[in-house]
Design a protein around this ligand. Structure first.
Ligand code: AMP
Ligand code: ZN
Length: 146
C-alpha cells in the first residue's frame, strides 16, 4: 500500500468511505463527489497508478468484479445503464494516481451524451494511415496473442 495514496487508505480502512464491496483484489466505494447519485469507483486492491501497470492476472481478478458491480449500481439506482470509464493518466483527467473505474448510473433523458461527446470532432484518416496504425499495434501485441 502507498501510505500517501487516498484510495490505498480507503481500501485499508484507514479513512472513512462508503465501501460497497471488497475482496483481496478489488474495492468498490461511492465517489465522495458524485456526478449523480450512486456514482461508484472500483479500484484494484494493490496500488497501481495506470491500467497498463497491472499484471494481467491481477487485472483479470480486478476486472472480474466489474459486471456484477455495474449490474448492482444500475439496479439499486433504478438506472437503465451506466457510463463506465477510466481516466487513464493526467492528460485524460486522472487526478487520483490509483487506478479507478468510474461507474456512473445513466437514466433516460438525463441529457448526458456518450463518451464520444467529449470530443468535438472525428479523426478523418486516410486508409493507409489506418492500415499503418493497425499494423504497428498488431506487431506490438503479437507476442501476447500466442
Ligand atoms: P479522477 O479524476 O478520474 O482521478 O477521479 C477521482 C475521483 O475520486 C473523483 O470523482 C473524486 O470525487 C473521487 N474521490 C476523491 N477523493 C475521494 C474519497 N476520499 N472518497 C471517495 N471518492 C473520492
Ligand atoms: Zn493507492
Amino acid at each position: 500500500m502507498a501510505d500517501d495514496c487516498i484510495f490505498c487508505r480507503i481500501a485499508a480502512g484507514k479513512i472513512p468511505a462508503h465501501v460497497v464491496y471488497q475482496d483481496e483484489s478489488a474495492c468498490a466505494f461511492l465517489d465522495v463527489n458524485p456526478l449523480v447519485a450512486g456514482h461508484t469507483l472500483l479500484i484494484p486492491a494493490k496500488h497501481y497508478e495506470r491500467l497498463e501497470d497491472i499484471p494481467s492476472e491481477e487485472a483479470a481478478r480486478y476486472l472480474a468484479n466489474l459486471p456484477r458491480i455495474i449490474a448492482t449500481v444500475t439496479h439499486v439506482m433504478d438506472a437503465e445503464g451506466a457510463t463506465v470509464a477510466w481516466n487513464d493518466g493526467p492528460v485524460a483527467g486522472q487526478e487520483v494516481p490509483h487506478v479507478h473505474a468510474h461507474i456512473v448510473p445513466r437514466h433516460a433523458k438525463d441529457g448526458v451524451g456518450p463518451i464520444h461527446s467529449l470530443f468535438s470532432g472525428r479523426a478523418r484518416l486516410p486508409p493507409e494511415e489506418t492500415e499503418r496504425i493497425a499494423d504497428r499495434m498488431s506487431r506490438a501485441l503479437r507476442p501476447r496473442l500466442r
